[in-house]
Design a protein around this ligand. Structure first.
Ligand SMILES: NC(=O)NC(NC(N)=O)C(=O)[O-]
Ligand SMILES: [Zn+2]
Ligand SMILES: [Zn+2]
Length: 500
């Protein structure tokens, strides 16, 4: 077949999309690109298998075809082609662990600001956590309030986890109605969550929850830490140590808290096996920090046939305890960021495939609650604000230990999409939603005061002040160009996602 240079056929190339938008504004306003059918071309299209030079055809929000560069002459004649040249085209990121905090705590975050940050960071789907909003998503009524609050505010697609709490855990009817209303799975805590109306569950609650989840084949996400007392054992002795020193906080929350929680979960994990009481359900350990015994226990459960997975977060891979300055409570989260040796082990485990996926655990609050002025690690709110930096943070630190573009696709898109029951997302294959991030891995930028962070309270993000590489040029959600050249589409056209 006769090959032609695609350059001869292009009718426009990046960057000019926002100008194009301004000149050809559509009435929907959902997309900065005024076409329903177009091709995206790049020398670096990434799948979990590798990188190729080619083009992706988009029609009505879906991927209509994917071709490598040995296409037929004339294939693009008369078509709209956006050429991204050497910029990388990947499936958009699917962040399964995000606290958007609306309704009720919009001074912490919110659907609009949070999903703008997601879009600016190449995240095309977020799954919202059931806690920190008021009310927490523990009933159908609360879910309905969330969905109502999200209406016409979201720039990317948003699904919801429901909460498993003592109040609903032993009540199969209550859980049935929450699951039937479309939450993608449930989430619970094995110790106090910090939010009074999201109480912790014990192992009986967890087992009953899994039993109900089995019918729906949906996962239970678990914050796996239990309070087994700390090394120095009581609050008074911590108080005697310097609360501005990160090591004081780290000692107050040792790895034994994660280990003990996962041990307690062993029989619950057993229940998910073929023939078990909760066959069809799945246990997912969120934000693993301890890369040793806790991870080994999870590996053992997996190899014994339990349906189990585990995520870690970008910040556990990026930072180590030794680097956290005194008083810098932006880094306070639970479980805590541990020492350098642990970070190395976590990175190895990730590359070896023992950690199934990544998430942000974007859990922002306000500078006041982070006690940024006092710098008191023991009293500050726990949670890292990071949603906009999922991609560049994972990439910047990941390059040091061997993360490839294909790793990013697998850990940030394919695996989490599948985990959340969104098999039609997370990969560049024909028929899938046209969710993409286009970015330049080599371009560096400083997260200084001039950098536009779309989340509320940018000053609390642990990444501010850092230099990252990996600039997002464009983000597409179901074919809509929702972010380009630093601006968002005029209308927020993200969709709410429900389990069927
Ligand atoms: N209430 C929270 O958002 N807690 C979160 N806080 C963290 N991780 O420090 C979490 O995911 O556990
Ligand atoms: Zn948690
Ligand atoms: Zn969380």
């Amino acid at each position: 077949s006769h090959k032609v240079s695609v350059q001869q056929l292009l009718n426009f190339s990046f960057p000019s999309l926002s100008f194009l938008y301004q000149s050809q504004q559509t009435d929907s306003g959902c997309s900065l690109l005024p076409y329903d059918e177009y091709w995206i071309r790049s020398n670096r299209i990434v799948t979990s298998e590798g990188v190729f030079s080619g083009a992706v055809e988009v029609k009505s929000g879906r991927i209509a075809s994917v071709v490598s560069d040995d296409f037929e002459a004339g294939q693009f004649l008369g078509k709209h082609v956006v050429d991204f040249g050497n910029a990388v085209v990947m499936p958009g990121l699917v962040d399964i662990h995000v606290h958007l905090d609306e309704p009720g705590r919009t001074e912490w975050e919110g659907f609009s600001a949070g999903t703008k940050a997601a879009a600016a960071g190449g995240v095309t789907t977020v799954i919202d956590m059931p806690l920190n909003s008021i009310p927490c998503t523990v009933s159908v009524e609360a879910l309905n309030l969330k969905v109502k609050a999200a209406k016409e505010k979201i720039y990317v697609d948003v699904g919801f986890w429901g909460g498993l709490v003592p109040e609903n855990a032993l009540n199969a009817t209550a859980l049935d109605s929450l699951l039937s209303a479309g939450v993608l799975g449930l989430k619970s805590f094995m110790l106090p969550s910090g939010i009074n109306d999201f109480p912790m569950t014990n192992i009986t609650h967890i087992k009953e929850g899994l039993h109900t989840l089995a019918k729906y084949k949906r996962p239970l996400l678990i914050h796996a830490e239990v309070n087994v007392g700390s090394e120095s054992d009581d609050e008074t002795r911590h108080r005697a140590s310097d609360p501005r020193s990160y090591s004081t906080y780290l000692k107050s929350r040792p790895a034994s808290w994660e280990i003990e929680a996962i041990r307690e979960l062993q029989t619950a994990m057993e229940d998910t096996k073929v023939g078990g009481r909760a066959e069809g359900a799945h246990v997912h350990i969120v934000h693993l920090s301890d890369a040793e015994t806790s991870l080994n226990l999870i590996k053992d459960a997996k190899s014994s046939g339990a349906s189990v997975s585990v995520e870690t977060c970008a910040h556990y891979l990026a930072f180590s305890a030794e680097e956290i300055p005194d008083g810098d409570t932006r880094f306070k989260c639970a479980p805590p960021i541990r020492d350098e040796a642990n970070r190395q082990k976590l990175r190895e485990a990730l590359l070896e495939g023992h950690i199934d996926m990544l998430s942000s655990d974007h859990s922002p609050s306000t500078p006041e609650l982070k006690l940024l002025k006092e710098g008191d690690f023991l009293r500050a709110w726990g949670g890292v604000s990071s949603l906009q930096f999922d991609l560049p943070a994972t990439w910047t630190y990941g390059q040091k230990y061997g993360i490839t573009l294909s790793h990013l696709v697998k850990l940030w898109s394919e695996k989490p999409a599948k985990f959340a029951g969104q098999e039609h997302k997370g990969a560049i294959v024909t028929g899938n939603d046209a969710d993409f991030v286009v970015w330049e891995p080599e371009v560096e930028f400083d997260l200084d005061d001039n950098y536009k962070v779309f989340s509320k309270n940018p000053s609390i993000s642990a990444y501010m002040g850092k230099r990252l590489s990996g600039k997002v040029l464009a983000t597409f959600v179901r074919g809509n160009l929702v972010f380009s050249d630093g601006i968002h589409s005029p209308k927020p056209c993200g969709e709410t996602i429900f389990a069927k």
